[in-house]
Design a binder for this molecule. Structure first.
Ligand SMILES: C[S@@+](CC[C@H](N)C(=O)[O-])C[C@H]1O[C@@H](n2cnc3c(N)ncnc32)[C@H](O)[C@@H]1O
Length: 191
């Protein structure tokens, strides 16, 4: 299986740029997002000795900003194993059998699901919010489709980092949303 490699720097939304040999261009199309309940890798496996992710009261592990982030700044790439739809279904079935609660999969396109369940970076700890401060975007980078998280507003040090999980296709059980936003939809529903 292929693994998407993080190699981005902060840059502004909508402006094609080059970093090293890579050219980045944001895709105009809306992307789809799928998540499945699969046992997460333990947070200790991702810790690099600097800053562990914070544990939230209702949403499990989360992420917070360690520095101020400007609106439209690149924050992090959504990385993980790239798996096809069949493998995805198998993992979903395993998840159903286990009754897992946390989902870490994002469907990019047919036979291209990024699964951060077993391999990933801190992005896998970004929780959903109905009033998020980040947005997940699909980019085309040197012919490869990659997902980046960008700040949708200015973010202060210590703020939880969130994006909206609601996209075109969702899988998994409906669960209650605990984002705490005033406009909270009340649940995170999946098809
Ligand atoms: C990508 S993971 C985020 C990290 C996760 N909190 C953890 O502990 O590993 C997504 C999972 O976090 C939980 N979650 C994220 N946002 C939530 C929210 N607003 N309300 C309730 N649960 C949430 C759900 O279990 C969801 O499947």
């Amino acid at each position: 299986m292929d693994t998407v490699i993080l190699s981005l720097k902060s840059y502004r939304k909508n402006i094609p740029i080059t970093v090293g040999n890579e050219a980045f261009r944001r895709l105009p199309l809306p992307h789809t997002f799928q998540e499945f309940n699969i046992d997460p890798i333990k947070k200790e496996e991702l810790d690099n000795g600097t800053e562990p992710p914070p544990y939230t009261q209702y949403c499990g592990w989360g992420s917070r900003a360690l520095e101020a982030i400007e609106k439209d700044d690149f924050v992090i790439e959504f990385v993980g194993e790239v798996i096809d739809d069949e493998t995805c279904e198998e993992r979903l079935e395993d998840m159903r059998r286990r009754g897992d609660k946390n989902f870490y999969m994002c469907k990019v396109k047919k036979d291209f699901v990024i699964d951060a369940t077993f391999k990933g970076n801190d992005c896998r700890f970004f929780n959903h919010s109905c009033e998020p401060n980040c947005q997940l975007q699909k980019w085309q980078v040197n012919g490869k489709t990659r997902l980046g998280v960008f700040a949708s507003k200015a973010i202060e040090v210590g703020e939880p980092l969130t994006y909206d999980y609601r996209f075109e296709q969702h899988y998994g059980p409906e669960i209650e949303c605990f984002c705490g936003a005033q406009n909270c939809q009340g649940n995170m529903s999946y098809v």
